[in-house]
Design a protein around this ligand. Structure first.
Ligand SMILES: Cc1cc2nc3c(=O)[nH]c(=O)nc-3n(C[C@H](O)[C@H](O)[C@H](O)COP(=O)(O)OP(=O)(O)OC[C@H]3O[C@@H](n4cnc5c(N)ncnc54)[C@H](O)[C@@H]3O)c2cc1C
Length: 387
C-alpha cells in the first residue's frame, strides 16, 4: 500500500497523520455513538493551519491549491477519521475567494483562517427541488439596505456548528428570469445575528454522524452587503464551488478506500482459520487486490481533476468522473473489508461498520451517481438531454 512518501504533498500528509493519531478510533466511535460534533479535532486541525490551506497567505492561510486540500482530507479519512465536520470551509472557500468583494475577504478570511469564525454551512438543497437546483424557492427580496429571506433548506450540514452560511436563494422568480439558471444569488449569512430571529435550525438524525439540519427562514433580515458577487449570478458561483467540492469529496473517498484496504490486508494476514491466515486464500486476496486496483485508478482521476482545477482549467467533467469513480471504489473497498473481517467487521470497536456507513453517503451527496452519469452522457458524449 502507498505510504505518504509516494503521494503528493508528503510533508502535509505526514503532519496530518501525526495530528490524526491523537484522535484514534475510540474518539470517533464516541462521537458517532452520541452524534456529537468533533470539536477538539476541528480545533486541532484549525490551529495547525490545515483547514486554511486554500486561504491566501495575505489573509492568514497557506495559499496552496486544491491538491493540497485534497491531501489533507484524504489523510484524515485514511486515518479512520472523518473530514465531514469541517470540509465545507474548503469547498465553499472558492465562492468567497473568487467572487467575494475585497471588503468581504478582508473582513472574513483572516477570522476564518484563525478559527475565530467558522464557515462550515452550505445551504443549497431544498425539500421540493431535490437535485434540480434551479427550482429552489427560498426567496430574498431587497428592502432598502437589507435582504429579507423566506423559505426552507434541507440537509444543511454543520449549521449548528458554523457561524457563517453560504446560502443560495432566488432573487428573481424562476419563471421571470431570462433563463432558469439566472435570478439566483448567493448570500454569506452571519447566523449569529439571525438565529432565533428569522432563522430556525432543526437537526436531522441520520445514519451517520454528520450534524445535518433543516433551516427555516421566516422573514430573516440580512444586510445587503451579505450578497456575494452580482445579484442574479449566484448559480454560476455555486457551480464553481461544486467542482472543488466534488474533487475534495472524491479525495475523502480515496482516503476511506485506503483505510479499508489497509485494514483488510492487515486483518487477512493476521486472522488464522483452518490453521492458516485467511489471506492465504485467493478468495480473500483477490477481492482486496481488485479493490486496490480500482481505488488507484480512481485516485488517478482525482489527481487529474485537482491538477486541472489548480491550473484554472475547466474540470467539470473530470471532477464529476473523479467523484463517481472514487465513491464507487471506496464503497467496494468497504464491502470487501467488512467481508474480510467476518463477524468482527460489525463490532463498533473495529471502526469498519462506522466507516462503512460513512462512505456510503458519497454516492448520494453532494451529487448522486445518476446525475453524474447524465452529465457525462449529455455534456461529454453529446447524447440527448432527458431533462
Ligand atoms: C448527510 C447529508 C448531508 C448533506 N449535506 C448537504 C449540505 O451541507 N448542503 C446541501 O445543500 N445539501 C446537502 N445534502 C443534500 C445532497 O446534496 C442531496 O441529498 C443530493 O444532492 C441528492 O438530492 P436529493 O436528496 O434531493 O435527491 P433527489 O434529487 O430527490 O433524487 C433522488 C434519487 O433520484 C435520482 N434522480 C433524480 N433525478 C433523476 C434523473 N433525471 N435521472 C436519473 N435519476 C434521477 C437521484 O440520482 C437520486 O438517486 C446532504 C445530504 C445528506 C444525505
Amino acid at each position: 500500500m502507498n505510504n505518504a512518501q509516494d503521494l503528493s504533498y508528503p510533508e502535509i500528509r505526514e503532519a496530518v497523520q501525526k495530528l490524526c493519531a491523537q484522535f484514534p478510533g475510540a474518539y470517533w466511535q464516541s462521537m458517532d455513538r452520541d452524534r456529537s460534533y468533533p470539536t477538539e479535532f476541528v480545533n486541532a486541525l484549525t490551529q495547525s493551519g490545515f483547514l486554511s490551506v486554500l486561504i491566501p497567505e495575505h489573509y492568514g492561510g497557506s495559499g496552496l491549491g486544491l491538491a493540497a486540500a485534497a491531501a489533507v482530507l484524504e489523510e484524515i479519512h485514511r486515518s479512520g477519521g472523518n473530514g465531514g465536520a469541517c470540509h465545507a470551509q474548503m469547498y465553499t472557500m472558492g465562492t468567497l475567494l473568487r467572487h467575494g468583494s475585497v471588503e468581504q475577504k478582508e473582513h472574513f478570511l483572516p477570522k476564518i483562517a484563525s478559527g475565530e469564525l467558522r464557515l462550515q454551512a452550505f445551504g443549497v438543497t431544498e425539500p421540493t427541488s431535490g437535485t434540480d437546483t434551479t427550482r429552489i424557492t427560498t426567496f430574498a427580496r431587497r428592502e432598502g439596505d437589507h435582504y429579507v429571506v423566506s423559505g426552507q433548506k434541507i440537509w444543511t450540514s454543520r449549521a449548528e456548528h458554523s457561524d457563517l452560511l453560504v446560502l443560495l436563494v432566488r432573487t428573481q422568480r424562476r419563471d421571470e428570469a431570462a433563463r432558469p439558471s439566472k435570478g439566483l444569488s448567493v448570500l454569506l449569512v452571519d447566523m449569529r445575528d439571525v438565529l432565533g430571529n428569522g432563522l430556525t435550525i432543526r437537526p436531522i438524525r441520520t445514519m451517520l454522524n454528520h450534524g445535518t439540519t433543516e433551516l427555516f427562514f421566516d422573514e430573516m433580515r440580512v444586510p445587503a452587503g451579505s450578497l456575494i458577487g452580482e445579484e442574479g449570478e449566484g448559480f454560476k458561483y455555486i457551480l464553481d464551488g461544486m467542482n472543488a467540492e466534488r474533487v475534495l469529496i472524491a479525495s475523502e473517498c480515496i482516503g476511506d478506500g485506503r483505510f479499508f484496504i489497509d485494514r483488510a490486508a492487515a486483518y487477512a494476514g493476521e486472522r488464522s482459520v483452518f490453521d492458516r491466515p485467511i489471506g492465504l486464500n485467493q478468495g480473500i486476496q483477490f477481492p482486496i487486490a481488485r479493490s486496490y486496483i480500482e481505488l488507484e485508478a480512481a485516485a488517478g482521476m482525482v489527481d487529474k481533476a485537482a491538477a486541472l482545477f489548480d491550473e484554472g482549467k475547466s474540470c467539470g467533467s473530470e471532477a464529476n468522473m473523479a467523484k463517481l469513480l472514487a465513491s464507487e471504489a471506496s464503497w467496494k473497498a468497504a464491502d470487501v473489508c467488512l467481508q474480510t473481517h467476518g463477524g468482527f467487521g460489525f463490532a463498533e470497536e473495529y471502526d469498519i461498520e462506522r466507516k462503512f456507513r460513512e462512505t456510503r453517503l458519497y454516492q448520494v451527496a453532494p451529487i448522486s451517481t445518476n446525475l453524474i452519469l447524465s452529465h457525462v452522457a449529455t455534456h461529454v458524449l453529446g447524447l440527448p438531454k432527458s431533462f
